[in-house]
Design a protein around this ligand. Structure first.
Ligand SMILES: Nc1nc2c(ncn2[C@@H]2O[C@H](COP(=O)(O)OP(=O)(O)OP(=O)(O)O)[C@@H](O)[C@H]2O)c(=O)[nH]1
Length: 451
């Protein structure tokens, strides 16, 4: 049975969150376009494509479209804020820590809890089995923490999802204002997808809490073994899945292996997930801003993810844990400037493995709205099981703003964001992470929507 307690550490540092999604439900039984032109009162739409009957993107002035979970409203008139169209989000951020058994999740959690960041953190621990081991390993007792929520005897990804919803609701109801961030440590065998979906599928959670990011720990010494493991048909390899859903990857335990081995593991990881940024670490020792407040599901941050997908390894010099023996120079993940000009039209398929890979399409031009809707809508209807995550930035004919979107399986969120600059090249960028992705077909499908 699940036992409940809670962990609150530190003091809140005021942080502004970029996206405000309203909790109000708007019913619609007809169309759910994925893309649409800006209206005066709705900037963000989010829904499950399984309920989509007609195109996903739309040019319309009608603003009430929304499906079962989410809609968003602009806070004001919605027309004067030229810089960003995406309103601020004041919900409590939640971080999921995942990673294979023994990869260092609890070690990272302890690092987070004992670090001097001023945040008060509520922890939800998911222990697989009757006995709460990790709970006693968490540093809360020594850091003045109040409680830890223990979610025992089941895997967060299946049996106890209802418990997770109840627990978050309880945290919010009883302790709102007393903590600033929720950290959920999953079992080493959890598939993160259903946990991610919980944040969208359950109004109870969605209204108060927003998913900030998925952090995946990878054991530098043993990961390859797990990634290579061949599973029976239809059974997912959890180690691969955990990497695929990540916003941030920490290749941990780098003290146990040589440089060459780590490099090859890093390449392997990038072939699975080119959207995530990656750090090498020992004992989970990374800067806190690498794991908290990352906005991995924020539409506002789509650009930094879809741009410069080739090089996301973060070797920031401020990282005390950085392995200084090698000198990589790139961290293009955060804060990449607008209007980065590319003249290329290409896709990347980083591996020939028919399993889980990343595919990106980068292409200049403007999309025909109807065609784009049809293509994306059909893709999600037919392939949402296989498309784990996707993010995109689009140029749509007749739309002065860029259209940004992100999705997790059949959950889709999209919104116009800032206007295109007068001299800015209209470059479309989409990144998919998923199973059995056909890079050529995706590129062809996308290009067929261009004018
Ligand atoms: N050498 C070395 N050991 C580490 C490192 N990080 C964690 N460990 C050790 O590895 C063991 C497992 O770490 P945990 O943090 O408990 O791993 P976990 O992912 O929470 O494990 P499970 O809950 O079993 O899935 C512990 O003994 C840690 O002290 C590291 O970077 N290097």
């Amino acid at each position: 049975m699940a036992t409940i307690s809670m962990d609150i550490v530190g003091i809140l540092k005021s942080t502004s969150f970029p996206l405000r999604l309203s909790s109000s439900t708007t019913t619609t039984t007809t169309s759910f376009p994925l893309l649409w032109r800006r209206s005066s009162s709705t900037s963000i739409r989010s829904f499950r494509s399984s309920v989509v009957r007609t195109p996903l993107l739309q040019v319309t002035n009608k603003t009430s479209i929304r499906s079962f979970t989410v809609s968003a409203t602009t806070t004001e008139s919605g027309s004067s804020d030229a810089l960003t169209k995406i309103p601020p989000d004041h919900r409590i951020p939640a971080t999921i820590i995942t990673g294979f058994l023994g990869s260092g999740k609890t070690t990272l959690l302890n690092h987070i809890l004992t670090a001097d960041h001023g945040k008060r953190i509520a922890v939800i621990e998911n222990e697989f089995g009757e006995v709460d081991i990790d709970g006693s390993l968490v540093a809360s007792k020594t850091t003045g923490a109040e409680d830890i929520v223990m979610l025992n005897n089941g895997c967060l990804c299946c049996t106890v999802r209802g418990d997770l919803v109840r627990m978050i609701a309880e945290l919010v109801n009883k302790k709102k204002g007393k903590f600033d961030h929720i950290v959920i440590e999953t079992t080493g065998l959890a598939n993160p997808a259903p946990i991610i979906q919980t944040f969208y599928a359950e109004d109870q959670v969605f209204n108060d809490v927003k998913l900030d990011g998925v952090i995946t720990l990878v054991d530098a010494k043993h990961a390859t073994l797990h990634l290579d493991e061949v599973k029976p048909k239809g059974v997912v390899n959890e180690a691969v899945e955990q990497i695929a859903y990540a916003d941030r990857i920490i290749v941990n335990k780098t003290d146990l292996v040589g440089e060459r081995e780590i490099d090859s593991l890093v390449q392997r990881i990038k072939s699975i997930n080119q959207m995530a940024s990656l750090k090498r670490a020992m004992f989970g020792n990374v800067d806190l801003d690498y794991v908290l407040g990352i906005g991995g599901f924020d539409l506002e941050r789509i650009e930094s993810v879809v741009t410069d997908e080739s090089s996301k390894e973060d070797h920031g010099s401020h990282d005390h844990n950085h392995n200084h023996e090698h000198d990589h120079d790139h961290d293009h993940h955060e804060g990449h400037g607008h209007g980065h000009e590319h003249e290329h039209h290409h896709t990347h398929d980083h591996t020939h493995d028919p399993g889980v890979t990343s595919v990106s399409v980068v292409c200049e031009g403007s999309l025909d709205l109807e065609k784009a809707n049809m293509w994306l809508g059909t893709l999600l209807m037919e392939r949402s099981d296989d498309i784990y995550r996707m993010k995109g930035l689009l140029s749509v004919q007749g739309m002065s703003e860029r259209f940004v979107f992100q999705g997790v399986h059949d959950i889709f969120q999209g919104s116009p964001d800032r206007p295109w600059g007068p001299d800015e090249s209209r470059i479309n960028k989409i990144v998919f992470i998923g199973k059995n992705l056909d890079a050529e077909a995706l590129e062809k499908g996308f290009k067929s929507c261009l004018l």
